[in-house]
Design a binder for this molecule. Structure first.
Ligand code: PHE
Ligand code: FE
Length: 296
């Protein structure tokens, strides 16, 4: 494929910013990255590496080193794939932006991880509302080297294809699980809570907030509870869920979700910041700075 891939971003409309979806799989146009793009990568990489030193999960840091990711230049997908294919059989594929749900699930179910080819503009260094190359590569790719997590991601993809066939409510339940594990998950390690969620590791502010702020709840992982819990897309999370291990994540999600979806259908959702009686609470959030509406 020779055509220059498009940069598919959220569109500004009178209703605010709306996502645009695309299904193309493209070759990473590495030679078209400008000095400015490599500089954005370098700035984000150096800043996050510093912040995450004692905050990210041990294997996240180790795996990033195994990939040979450096601040010097935007990594080439081909180079990362040499390491990844051999380790867990996963493969990175280049995409132009957000994928429709079913397309995304199908890639995961086949151990293909979609990575946005373009990187954010300099004025978006601190915040961008959609996934870009930095979020996808720096945030998601390291844990694909972990065999258990790699299997979890594939199982999630297969579960997504299934949920898509069941209906919209099932997809809502499943998406909350992705949000609270893959994107915003914490893990308990010997020396305390650490981050493994990609949405956190690619954010300067949230990397510190999720562990150090008294505001959010930190609660033990509980599958059905999570699948009922609404979340935030435009502020830091009000609640983070803590796993003991990736094996726990794998085990808890092994059962057939069909009866779970049926059961959850009859229950109310839980607001993003609410504690419920069955929760194992590491930290009861002070709620400082929370806005009252906006859970999705
Ligand atoms: N076990 C789930 C199902 O039957 C699939 C799944 C696995 C979902 C892992 C999420 C994570 O639907
Ligand atoms: Fe993501």
């Amino acid at each position: 494929m020779n055509a220059q891939p498009r940069r598919v971003e959220h569109q500004q409309t009178d209703k605010g910013s709306v996502p645009v979806y695309t299904t193309a799989v493209i070759e990473q146009p590495w030679s078209t990255y400008r000095t400015e793009d490599h500089a954005t990568w370098a700035a984000l990489f150096l800043r996050q590496r510093e912040i995450l030193q004692h905050r990210a999960a041990r294997e996240f840091i180790e795996n990033q080193k195994k990939f040979g990711m450096t601040p010097d230049a935007i990594p080439k997908f081909d180079d990362l794939n040499k390491v990844l294919r051999k380790a867990t059989g996963w493969e990175l594929i280049g995409v132009e932006g957000l994928l429709p749900e079913l397309t995304f699930f199908d890639h995961l179910a086949n151990r293909r991880f979609p990575v946005t080819w373009w990187i954010r503009r300099p004025d978006q260094i601190d915040y961008i509302s959609e996934p870009d190359l930095f979020h996808d590569l720096f945030g998601h790719v390291p844990l694909l080297l972990n065999p258990v997590f790699a299997d979890y991601m594939q199982a999630y993809g297969k579960g997504g294809v299934k949920a898509h066939g069941i209906g919209a409510d099932a997809l809502v339940n499943l998406t909350r699980l992705y949000w609270y594990s893959v994107e915003f998950g914490l893990i308990k390690q010997d020396d305390g809570l650490r981050i493994y969620g990609s949405g956190i590791v690619s954010s300067k502010g949230e990397s510190i907030h999720c562990l150090e702020s008294p505001a959010p709840n930190r609660i033990g992982f509980d599958l059905e509870r999570i699948m009922r819990t609404r979340y935030r897309i435009d502020t830091y999370q009000k609640t983070y869920f803590v796993i003991d291990s990736y094996e726990q994540l794998m085990k808890a999600t092994e059962p057939d979700f069909t009866p779970i979806y049926a059961r959850l259908g009859a229950q109310d959702s839980i607001p993003a910041g609410q504690i419920v009686q069955s929760d194992f609470v590491y930290n009861r959030g002070s709620g400082e700075g929370w806005s009252n509406d906006g859970d999705v």
